[in-house]
Design a protein around this ligand. Sequence first.
Ligand code: AGP
Length: 608
Amino acid sequence: MCGIVAYTGFRQARPILLEGIKRLEYRGYDSAGIAVLNGGGLHVRKNAGRISVLESAISNEELLGTCGMAHTRWATHGQPNDENAHPHLDASGRIALVHNGIIENYQALRTYLKQQGIECRSDTDTEVLVQLVGHFYKGDIEAAVRAALSDVRGTYGIAVICSEEPGKIIAAKKGSPLIIGVGDGEYIVASDAAAIIQHTAQVIYLSDGEMASVWDDGFKTMTLDAAPVTKEVEELGLTLEDIELGGHAHFMLKEIMEQPDATANCMRGRVDLMEGRIVLGGLAELARELVQTKRFIITACGTAWHAGLLGEYLFEDLAHIPTEVEYASEFRYRNPIIEQGTVVIAVSQSGETTDTQAALREARDKGAIALGVVNVVGSTIARETDAGIYLHVGPEIGVASTKAYLGQVLVLTMMALYIGRRRHLSQPALQDHLTALASLPDKIAAITRQSDDIRRVAEEFKDAENWLYLGRGYNYPTALEGALKLKEISYIHAEGMPAAEMKHGPIALITEDMPVVFIATKNSQYEKVISNIQEVLARKGRVIAVATEGDTEIANLAEHVFYVPDLPEPLQPLITIVPLQLLAYHAAVLRGCDVDKPRNLAKSVTVE
Ligand code: AGP
């Protein structure tokens, strides 16, 4: 979603701001803008399209000034055009604002402003906020922002600058991420650590309902009601290398290839093979409650929901605790029943997804214990849970989630084993799973080495516009995730479903033009999946299979087989997804798609 970068300090702001928003390109955007403040006032330039268009537009301008802001917009209210791009100015032209989030009561505020003689120029919800700030401005920008926010309903991460108070940035947050990078004589306010890391590793995380006033040699933090808040300056667990391509053509490919290391890091200190146990420090204090819990509810969106579905299978299978996975966007509005002893687990890469945050709050308000399975350290969801487990897979920049998905599945697997062993899982059974988990990074690496073979298959099928992905049991969530990967980056229509469901309708779609991807590893439902493959072949469908190494039968049925090493059934999802990630990646590249910035998508969905 929208990206925010604001700078105040002793250096020229322009290059820092442009570099900053480029680091946020991966979040998804359709227009970009910049405002720089100098003795002559505010200079704003903005346009629809890529940051490169903005750079060309200002290439002959100096835009000097040591304080400013920049923004990448992902349109919600109003077309992605020049006027709707941020920064927005108030009617006097003295105040500029950038915003991430949604002002829900913007129509009412627009009417109010009109009654006051203030006309909005854009179609955005954001502009009413800056006009409101301008309306309340009486020489104190902090007070004006506070007054405006008290009239606003919705979500926001904002930065505001004012030509009457040069060098000062006002930042405020509610429901959208905002971080302040603390340098030596300079500060960067940003919606994402990626825009900060090049300059400083010292940060302050603003919480919802907090504001900051930042100037070149100091800052203060407070609530929206002006009560002072003391914030700790924390260390960013991120390096520049983590967010650069490192020789790969795309972040998505880099992140797929990183999965052996990512899973090793995720398991480090947690899979204790010698002692035969799972160590989850983040859950230690709640271990008794978790073992005795009556029900788990896992809530998430998109890919994280697919990981959550696997969580449901794992928790019921390994820990024997009733578990449901819920789309966060549905859960939050349907007045769910939360019995005493229910544990809700929010799964989120970014830790900022609005629907997941809201679902978590709904569950907490109803008395649930709230756990987080999150990748981004210090993110909102991570901070709003009672306990949690970080993925530790490193930053994920590609919009299509790959290594974070694997991290989510891995953490949920470790949780299921951790709780399962405290209930009914025997030590030898646990030990078998631990041994298998220890081999996971090497097994994933072996699959990534098949990338060229997988590309050849993608080449053959890349023009097919409809695909099916089928699996049973633990392979069903993998079918859903494989299909999502393909559709979000290649724009091919793909559906995942339980293999047995095919005959209840979708079988009507099967023709000789339809690629059908079966996840058909050796497991308890293998024979049944083979029957489903036969059903597809009988209708001349073209079968691609993910199968277990050494399976000779499947090669006689499928046109192409991607072999994966064997693992105990509950752990198979940790490897079966890898060839499907590569298949989607190669298909998208071969179709000329912008893999890391797919159309209409945002990395972190911070609107409803
Ligand atoms: C993943 O490939 C998707 N782009 C998307 O479904 C994503 O998983 C979803 O928006 C949830 O994001 P989160 O994990 O950051 O909460």
